[in-house]
Ligand binder design. Structure first.
Ligand SMILES: Nc1ncnc2c1ncn2[C@@H]1O[C@H](COP(=O)(O)OP(=O)(O)O)[C@@H](O)[C@H]1O
Ligand SMILES: [Mg+2]
Length: 349
């Protein structure tokens, strides 16, 4: 909880003009991504000439408001990790804009980027690969602080606080990553991401590598931490069931583009894009009567290669309702209901 008691302004004794209305932070996005493109060169031959491009992220726009959780969902290979890493400029974008509280991240100098990275952290999919196996957990968690100049003892104390916040014990700090279970390792990764007091955490499939029984615990922890530290999340997942509980809004990606964006309840109740419908029909329904009778849209075929996407609508090669127009014209993302955007020539409404 963030109980900020509203104090009356101090009486300065002078009759000045009234203060302008306080800014309403909820209106201003914390993160704004516009038409972001990240292409990777394909090099071949002896001279390693560029012979084509992998269009991993191909014109993505999205925003995240303070304290909001935006889920990003799409099959493996659709560009989710590249999107997350590009937002942090761990990968340079090919074009497009990224803004944090209105500040241009793409144009930021190396020095400024160092500061901006404190505000945006990432938690990785595989907590084992992302944690240094030769470092005790205390050092793993305090490393970002030490890199940013915090004295060693203070960094260690702060690391202890964050280990506690993620539900680990003080003695866990002296152990090494291999001594932990998958869920505990991911808690270590989360503690490390918290130490620089970020505003936004990009969670790249943070529970995909964990047992289903552990997934809910980690998601509940993330929700508690969000309230406690006023965090915004960009929560990446490959299926819609994982992000349902935690997301305020959901972005569905297909082959480097946004297929659909809507508030969580709207998206699950009335998906507009045939791809979202197909993803949803793969999610089991708890009610057995509904489960037996509900209609399923089965996705056939694999994700086409992002180096050579289909013409027109990228989903058309797997779409149950595609017609000739879909091969010719790429459907724009259009608002089919308030705040509900779909990129399809024939959205369900
Ligand atoms: N560094 C890279 N160089 C070339 N291609 C890459 C690189 N990183 C990712 N890709 C390709 O970009 C596409 C999107 O990958 P990725 O962002 O990892 O998707 P996701 O996280 O949704 O599984 C894939 O085809 C992948 O092979
Ligand atoms: Mg990924």
């Amino acid at each position: 909880m963030t109980g900020t008691a509203s104090m009356p302004p101090a009486n300065t004794g002078s009759e000045t003009a009234p203060l302008p209305p306080a800014p309403r932070p909820d209106d201003a996005p914390l993160l704004e991504v516009n038409n972001l493109v990240t292409h990777f060169p394909i090099r071949s031959g002896f001279f390693k000439r560029t012979t084509g491009w992998v269009k991993a992220v191909d014109g993505v726009s999205l925003s995240v408001k303070p304290n909001e959780t935006v889920g990003i969902v799409g099959e493996s290979g659709c560009g989710k990790t590249t999107l997350g890493r590009t937002i942090l400029r761990l990968i340079e974008p090919t074009s497009g804009s990224i803004k944090v509280r209105g500040e241009d991240v793409v144009a930021a100098s190396a020095g400024r980027m160092r500061d901006l990275r404190k505000e945006m952290q990432m938690v990785f999919q595989d907590p084992y690969a992302s944690l240094n196996p030769r470092m005790p957990v205390h050092d793993i968690v305090s490393e970002p602080l030490r890199i940013h100049g915090t004295p060693k003892n203070e960094a260690r104390d702060r690391a202890g606080e964050y280990l506690d916040a993620v539900g680990l014990l003080p003695e866990h700090g002296n152990r090494y990553p291999h001594e932990f279970s998958g869920g505990q390792r991911q808690r270590v990764g989360i503690a490390r991401a918290l130490t620089l007091e970020p505003d936004l955490i990009i969670l790249d499939e943070p529970v995909s590598a964990l047992d289903v029984s552990i997934q809910a615990q980690v998601i509940n922890l993330l929700e508690d931490l969000q309230d406690r530290y006023d965090l915004s999340y960009l929560f990446i997942a490959h299926d819609l069931s994982v992000v349902r509980h935690i997301s305020d809004r959901v972005v569905v990606m297909y082959l480097g583009k946004v297929a659909e964006v809507a508030d969580r309840d709207e998206l699950y109740a009335s998906p507009g894009h045939p791809y979202t419908q197909a993803l949803l029909s793969a999610v089991p329904v708890p009610d057995p009567d509904v489960e037996l009778t509900r209609e399923r849209v089965v996705l056939t075929g694999d994700l086409p290669s992002p180096a050579n996407p289909p013409s027109g609508c990228r989903f058309r090669t797997r779409c149950p309702i595609a017609v000739a127009k879909c091969a010719d014209e790429d459907p724009p993302l259009a608002e089919i209901a308030p705040d509900h955007w779909v990129s399809c020539h024939f959205p369900s409404v």
